[in-house]
Design a protein around this ligand. Structure first.
Ligand code: ZN
Length: 343
């Protein structure tokens, strides 16, 4: 990126109400068949236009073509039975009815590659594409086949690598893996989680990112955050090994969270997508608040490696609020850019 402090979002943006019920996760589609395909593309274009108008530098599809950041990818794979459901605890936090792994997991055809090609045709800006990370994928399933979290994660990593190589060929500039599970299972992250992620990015020449957050602003997550005490030090457990990994960019939650900013020192040398927008509130940040978070981050991240972003996806918010937050992000980054160039 040539521009200083290039802005982006962590991933999802709200969908139009004619496509799916807003402010709801796993919201069912309101269209079918050909109309659904066209509707998703129209929504992608609108959401891209919102990013262009706000002046976002690295744009995305806003995940307009998927119901959920993990489930939609898994739905396209063989070996998982969505009819056979079991109750599991997701990220040690809340019970959910999840599909069962019943055989070898495989990807018969690309999942998002056509969508990425469509996005590529619509913009000259750099594009970022999000995929679920292997550990977060296994945490959303019941496994009655491999009976090993590590083995299943490794199989998913191989599949993700196939998809990522095709996304790169479609012109994606940054491929991001969403790993909120990294904030929970520290021993596994260090034992094999980061290794699985490195398997997923093997051979890629485009930039790669891992997004690690405290989740969407849904009740289960905000309740969990209340139990974490006055300082959230989860990142401390995984940053030393991530710093040594082959990933280029680490995407983090910062604004309004209790993450001590100095933990970023542990990933010195990496590019850091700093969450300067809180996705768990409808209050729209002022540009000055965004700038303040970025200034604090600059104590621990070199200016040429700081990428202003959002704490997480904005799918559960209203479109009005999400647009306001995109504008604030852009304006806040511009304040700090001017300060840096005046030095
Ligand atoms: Zn997130």
């Amino acid at each position: 990126m040539k521009v200083l402090l290039p802005t982006s979002t962590a991933g999802s943006l709200p969908k139009p109400s004619w496509l799916a019920q807003p402010e709801k996760l796993w919201s069912p589609w309101k269209l079918q068949d050909e109309e659904l395909i066209e509707g998703k593309q129209d929504a992608l274009r609108l959401c891209l236009e919102d990013q262009h108008q706000a002046g976002i530098d690295i744009v995305s599809d806003g995940e307009q073509t998927r119901q959920h950041f993990v489930t939609t990818f898994i739905e396209h794979l063989d070996g998982v039975d969505f009819e056979k459901r079991e109750i599991v605890k997701i990220r040690n936090r809340y019970d959910a009815s999840v599909p069962t792994v019943v055989g070898a997991v495989t990807r018969q055809k690309p999942v998002f590659v056509e969508d990425a090609k469509f996005l590529r045709q619509q913009t000259k800006q750099p594009i970022k594409w999000a995929l679920p990370g292997p550990m977060t994928m296994i945490d959303t399933l019941y496994d009655s086949h491999y009976k090993s979290r590590e083995k299943l994660a490794w199989e998913f990593a191989k599949i993700l690598n196939e998809e990522a190589r095709e996304l790169e060929a479609a012109g994606v500039d940054i491929i991001q893996f969403d790993e909120p599970a990294f904030n929970v299972f520290f021993d596994e992250v260090n034992d094999w989680g980061i290794a699985a992620l490195e398997r997923a990015i093997e051979g890629l020449k485009c930039e790669t990112a891992v997004h690690i957050c405290y989740g969407y602003g849904i009740k289960a997550n905000t309740d969990w955050k209340k139990t974490l005490g006055s300082e959230w030090r989860q990142y401390e457990e995984i940053f030393p090994k991530l710093q040594k990994s082959n990933l280029d960019i680490i995407s983090l939650e910062c604004h309004n969270s209790r993450v001590p900013m100095d933990l970023m020192e542990l990933i010195r040398g990496k590019k850091v997508m700093v969450g300067a927008i809180d996705v768990a509130t409808n209050t729209i940040e002022t540009p000055e608040e965004v700038a303040d978070t970025l200034r604090k981050a600059l104590q621990f991240v070199d200016a040429d490696k700081l990428y202003p972003s959002t704490n997480c996806g904005m799918a559960p918010l209203s479109r009005r609020v999400a647009r306001g937050k995109l504008n604030a992000l852009s304006a806040g980054a511009e304040i700090v850019r001017r300060e840096l160039s005046a030095k």
